[in-house]
Write a protein that binds this ligand. Structure first.
Ligand SMILES: NC(=O)c1ccc[n+]([C@@H]2O[C@H](COP(=O)([O-])OP(=O)(O)OC[C@H]3O[C@@H](n4cnc5c(N)ncnc54)[C@H](OP(=O)(O)O)[C@@H]3O)[C@@H](O)[C@H]2O)c1
Length: 320
């Protein structure tokens, strides 16, 4: 295992949910040479600005946690922005890394890269084996392009650029805005508001039947450090895969999840389902056997993670 402790590490997107968890985990693990730039200081869609920053800073390791991210509604509404922003961010970061001899990139995508009707659980090799879910196709196409950038900068130039595909994440610094949020923070906010306003019922989007997998974001951050320290491009690409799945390997129905969140928050009213709203992909579960066999496994069970996230929400909800 290579010693990365003194390497200059640039975490792109450090203010986001994933980026901030990676920063916490790096600091906890003794990494001190960390560099960051907020969105207002550096817009990663601007190629010349990104290249100037890389020429000045020469980061040795780059973790790509900057992206335009959102739930079904945001993905389906801002389709052009989701494909344009994400393509530009990753292409600029990956090419600038190549130009400046960055030693390693960990690029983050998500489970939506897999075909809508791929067999479950999702194995790494199912990438590009069928049609994508329409609602988040622009985002998925951009993320697939990011994986392929890393793979082909390795194949042409030998760059040590690799990709991690996490399942649905949740935890501190999540987005709790109901217009743009993912399902778990949306449920936390809805049940919290229903409890404080003493409402008799809460309405959930869709049938409640889809199955989803969730990973606490601090566990993902540990997986990223594990990949940075222990997995090289040649090991991955020579195995015939382009990325590693990161998840718990366990799924839960949205209705069971809603009941669990309601119980943790202490909401005692009824849960109703709005069948006019889309369900999205029927089931999404990662096959995490590869990363498990390489040496990483999740630690935080869903119930504990939701409790920690609700505590964070209560302390920070003024900001949301
Ligand atoms: N959230 C999930 O459930 C999940 C699941 C799987 C994978 N992931 C992956 O994890 C990564 C990060 O997601 P996240 O949930 O942490 O999202 P997030 O909380 O929205 O954070 C994204 C970060 O990217 C920054 N950013 C966006 N556009 C930028 C631009 N043009 N220039 C510079 N910075 C920009 C944002 O800055 P501002 O804060 O200033 O806007 C933000 O700090 C994504 O690649 C995503 O695919 C997330």
């Amino acid at each position: 295992m290579m010693n990365y402790k003194n390497k200059k590490i640039y975490v792109a997107g450090h203010n986001g949910m994933v980026g901030s968890a990676i920063m916490r985990a790096l600091q906890k693990n003794g990494y001190e040479n960390l560099i960051t730039k907020s969105f207002t200081e550096l817009d990663l869609r601007r190629q010349s600005d990104v290249e100037k920053f890389f020429r000045q800073e020469k980061p040795e390791i780059v973790i790509v946690a900057a992206a335009k991210v959102g739930g079904i509604l945001a993905n389906n509404t801002y389709r052009a922005e989701f494909i344009y922003d994400n393509l530009m961010i990753e292409a600029n970061l990956i090419h600038a890394s190549y130009l400046n001899n960055t030693e390693k990139i960990i690029f983050l995508g998500s489970s939506c890269i897999y075909p809508k009707l791929a067999p479950q659980p999702l194995k790494e090799e199912y990438l590009l084996s069928g049609y994508l879910e329409f609602t988040n196709e622009p985002y998925a196409i951009a993320k697939i392009a990011g994986i392929k950038l890393c793979e082909n900068y390795f194949r042409q130039y030998g760059c040590n650029f690799i990709s991690a595909m996490p399942t649905n994440l949740y935890g501190p610094n999540d987005n709790f805005d109901l217009q743009t949020s993912h399902v778990l923070p949306a449920l936390i906010r809805k049940f919290h508001e229903a409890k404080t306003q003493e409402l008799s019922s809460v309405t959930i989007w869709g049938t409640g039947k889809p199955l989803r997998e969730f990973l606490y974001v601090d566990d993902l951050a540990e997986a990223i450090i594990f990949m940075m320290e222990s997995i090289d491009a040649k090991n991955l690409y020579n195995l015939g895969i382009t990325h590693l799945n990161v998840g718990s390997g366990k799924d839960i129905s949205i209705s069971d999840l809603a009941n669990l969140v309601a119980q943790i928050i202490g909401f005692k009213g009824k849960i109703e389902y709005d069948l006019s709203k889309p369900d999205g992909t029927p089931r999404k579960l990662m096959d995490v056997s590869r990363i498990n066999s390489l040496g990483w496994k999740y630690k935080t069970e869903l119930e504990e993670g939701i409790k920690l996230t609700y505590e964070w929400f209560l302390k920070n909800s003024v900001k949301n």
